[in-house]
Design a protein around this ligand. Sequence first.
Ligand SMILES: NC(=O)c1ccc[n+]([C@@H]2O[C@H](COP(=O)([O-])OP(=O)(O)OC[C@H]3O[C@@H](n4cnc5c(N)ncnc54)[C@H](OP(=O)(O)O)[C@@H]3O)[C@@H](O)[C@H]2O)c1
Length: 308
Amino acid sequence: MYLLSTVVASLAVFFFLKWMKKRRYCTDVKRLDGKTVLITGASSGVGKETAVALAARGARVVVACRDAGKAEKAVREIKLRSRSLAVVGMELDLASLRSVRRFCENFLRREERLDVLINNAAMPGVLDWTEDGFSMCLGVNHLGHFLLTNLLLGRLKECAPSRVVTLTCSSYKYQKLDLHDLNYNLLPFFTYCRSKLANVYFSHELGRLARGKGVTSFAVHPGLVRSEWTRHYSLLFRAAMRVLAWMLSASCEAGAQTVVYCAVSDEAARLGGGYFVDCRPATLRPFARDAGVAKKLWEASERLVQPP
Ligand SMILES: NC(=O)c1ccc[n+]([C@@H]2O[C@H](COP(=O)([O-])OP(=O)(O)OC[C@H]3O[C@@H](n4cnc5c(N)ncnc54)[C@H](OP(=O)(O)O)[C@@H]3O)[C@@H](O)[C@H]2O)c1
């Protein structure tokens, strides 16, 4: 009896872990020849895998990274794995609004097209501040991408039909936004959750504002992924997370599938954007669908990114 219950329990755990790691793959084989894709934070993790997948479909891929050395290394790897030479690196530090403006000037001067913008880069929960005095999570994950998207929106409209895919996280649901205290920086995990909720509202409001202008906006949760996000933490935490990641997380390639799906699939475009998980539309918690909050966050963000 004891043996039997041990076997049953082990099987249950085995299938649960297998189910946790299971991901749908993007089956749409559409190519992106002649299209230009810009991906932030493509030096590692989900961003790098997305870059490989889209370059392999014929897109010209611009990888925007804050570290020139890492960018160069990533570009070499993406070219090799995608068998494409149309991959270029550009410097962008989302923790600096000055850098975002400089990047956009360079990008608009150098690149004729922008068909897909992928707002992927993110800082996990760390209690630090950006050059402009914003909490690191709000500054990098939301405000940097907010300014970037707005400065490139004209080019996205010129190249319509175009898409903006913004990476969020299902942990958005653990916090609510305080519009009077957007710069909340007290508990690391909660600052991250709030920035990811801001990504959801941003994506929603962008979709509303760009409706009828040929720009479709997607918010994507890639699921738990074995990326390099733990590098910002202590050795002990990294070791613990590595064990958990091995048990519960999918590969970065699997994590990139919903991003690729939203970037290429006609089916996703026909659905008109929205929140996607595991290559299909998903339902957000009601408070995250509040169009009034999304509009107010957009207006507050416009004020915050104004040059001094
Ligand atoms: N991993 C997961 O389980 C998971 C779950 C849900 C959602 N997500 C979301 O998926 C996206 C990708 O995450 P990931 O797991 O692939 O993380 P990752 O491996 O840590 O990659 C994050 C990328 O963002 C870049 N970045 C960080 N700060 C930047 C800045 N100031 N300016 C420009 N780039 C910056 C990093 O560059 P450096 O290499 O220079 O640091 C890196 O390339 C994120 O939006 C994350 O919130 C991930």
